[in-house]
Design a protein around this ligand. Structure first.
Ligand SMILES: [Zn+2]
Ligand SMILES: [Zn+2]
Length: 281
């Protein structure tokens, strides 16, 4: 199979922290030679964050997630029909925030939602978002770098065991502000915790994303880092998708080619999630 340029992690203006219409993102993707994109608007339902997170922007108005979801789904499906003949496959997905304390509710909610792709993410510890500029200090000040990584990978263990997702997003996404807060220690802090998680990912046939958003933040590696990608190879975990984590149309496909080209030297290849492959036949 020849591998096309794909971008499976895109936030259109439905996400609270993003701008740009579905149409603008598709236009930009075509212009950049992408063959396949998947919209993954945020789907954050942590009950500890019910006043902050569970919303979407529809026609410039902030509405509860469940109210906005049908508009989002309908618009992406419409784009899929319009762009298919122009050589761009547009998929419908969600980036779903996960933590063990609301897994049961999440399972229930997701069972009623039909999309092509569910990207599983951990953005918060005990309801505080370490991926948010306004909250990361409050999250990290409670923990040493080891304690933080221990909690993160404990939650990741539950995420993998949940079997709710098609792929894991930004596996070392804690380094986004973790580097700012803890310094260089953050780059090795996974070492005591990650290997059992990778073992479990292989067992559950859950692949990882290679996310290029890290380069926009000045890191030299992707999420996950090269050191983790080497372990991913060693443990036989699949690289399921590439994602730019675009939040504005001009970020679509950002450094995706570089991400794709980085795989072979590490002995890795892009496989796409099993659910997506099944649909392709
Ligand atoms: Zn994310
Ligand atoms: Zn994202």
């Amino acid at each position: 199979m020849t591998v096309d340029l794909i971008d499976y992690h895109i936030h259109p203006g439905y996400s609270l922290d993003a701008t740009g219409s579905i149409e603008e993102f598709c236009q930009e993707a075509l212009k950049r030679g992408l063959k396949e994109i998947c919209f993954t608007t945020h789907f954050d339902t942590d009950p500890l964050r019910r006043r902050i997170d569970p919303f979407m922007i529809v026609d410039g108005r902030q509405v509860p997630l469940e109210e906005g979801l049908p508009s989002y789904m309908q618009e992406v499906k419409g784009a899929r029909r319009r762009y298919e003949e122009r050589g761009l496959l547009v998929r419908l997905g969600l980036e779903v925030d996960y933590a063990p304390h609301f897994e049961d509710q999440l399972r229930e909610t997701l069972s009623g939602i039909e999309v092509d792709f569910l990207l599983g993410s951990i953005h918060c510890l005990e309801g505080v978002a370490f991926t948010d500029r306004r909250e990361y200090e409050r999250c990290f000040q409670r923990k040493s770098v080891r304690e933080m990584c221990k909690s993160y990978f404990e939650n990741m263990t539950s995420l993998v065991k949940s079997d709710l997702f098609d792929c894991v997003a930004h596996l070392d996404g804690y380094k986004k502000y973790g580097f700012t807060y803890y310094g260089k220690k953050i780059f090795t802090a996974h070492r005591d915790y990650i290997e059992p998680v990778l073992e479990l990912m292989r067992y559950h046939d859950l692949g990882t994303e290679v996310n290029t958003g890290s380069l926009r933040r000045g890191f030299k590696d992707f999420y996950p880092s090269n050191e983790i990608l080497e372990l991913i190879k060693e443990y036989g975990v699949k690289v399921a998708v590439l994602g730019s984590d675009a939040h504005h149309p001009e970020e679509v496909g950002y450094e995706i080619k570089r991400a794709l080209e980085s795989l072979a030297p590490l002995g890795l290849e892009l496989t796409l999630p099993a659910t997506v492959m099944a649909e392709r036949g």
